[in-house]
Ligand binder design. Structure first.
Ligand SMILES: C[S@@+](CC[C@H](N)C(=O)[O-])C[C@H]1O[C@@H](n2cnc3c(N)ncnc32)[C@H](O)[C@@H]1O
Length: 177
C-alpha cells in the first residue's frame, strides 16, 4: 500500500515538528523541506522521516509530482516566504504550486500569528480552497517558533489573547476539481 505523504515547508533544520509526528505515525511519510543544512538525528531513528534540502527562490514550484501529496504544513513561514519578493506574491505562487501537488481533498495546515493568518485565509479562499475556522493551536501541535510567539504575546500590554503575536491555525482543503 502507498504511504500517505506529508510535507513540512520550512520545517527547520532540526525538523522538530515532523520528528514528533514520525515517532507516532509510522505508516506515513514525513518530508521536511528547508534550505538549511539538517541537524536532526531522528532521521536515523525513524525511516519515514525524510529531510529534503530545498529552499524556494524564484518560482516556488514544489519538488513533487502532481497530485502526490496528502497534507502540507506551513508553520510560521510567512515572513520568510514574503521576504523573497514584493508583497504577498511568493506566498501566492506557493499556494498555486500546492494546488498542483496536493491530491483531491488534500489539506494545508497553516499556522501563524493572528494578522498574517487572516490575510492568508483570503489567499487560499481565492484559489478555491475550503477554509476551516481559525482556532488556537492545540498543545500537541506546537512548533519551536510557536513558543517564541507565545512568549511575545504574554508580554504584550494588550493581553495574550488580543496580541498580534498570538499564534493560531486554520486548515485549507482542496476541493476536488
Ligand atoms: C521561523 S522558521 C519556522 C520553523 C518551523 N516551521 C517552526 O514552526 O518552528 C522559518 C523556516 O523557514 C525556512 N526558510 C527560509 N527561506 C526558505 C525558503 N526560501 N524556502 C523554504 N523554507 C525557507 C528557514 O530556514 C526556517 O527554518
Amino acid at each position: 500500500m502507498t504511504k500517505e505523504v506529508n510535507i513540512d515547508i520550512g520545517g527547520g533544520s532540526k525538523a522538530e515538528y515532523f520528528s514528533a509526528l514520525a515517532s507516532i505515525k509510522k505508516d506515513e511519510l514525513f518530508i521536511v523541506l528547508d534550505p538549511k543544512k539538517f541537524k536532526c538525528h531522528y532521521v536515523n531513528i525513524y525511516p519515514s522521516l525524510q529531510p529534503m534540502r530545498w529552499g524556494a527562490t524564484q518560482n516556488w514550484e514544489l519538488p513533487f509530482r502532481s497530485r502526490s501529496v496528502d497534507r502540507a504544513h506551513l508553520n510560521f513561514v510567512y515572513d520568510f516566504i514574503s521576504a523573497w519578493g514584493l508583497d504577498e506574491l511568493p506566498y501566492q505562487k506557493l499556494i498555486s504550486s500546492l494546488k498542483r501537488v496536493l491530491k483531491p481533498n488534500g489539506q494545508v495546515f497553516v499556522r501563524e500569528p493572528k494578522i498574517p493568518l487572516e490575510i492568508l485565509r483570503e489567499f487560499f479562499e481565492r484559489e478555491g480552497f475550503v477554509i476551516s475556522e481559525s482556532v488556537r493551536i492545540e498543545k500537541q501541535n506546537q512548533t519551536p517558533t510557536y513558543a517564541s510567539f507565545i512568549k511575545w504575546a504574554k508580554k504584550d500590554p494588550v493581553g495574550e489573547q488580543q496580541s498580534i503575536y498570538f499564534p493560531m491555525e486554520f486548515v485549507a482543503t482542496l476541493a476536488p476539481q
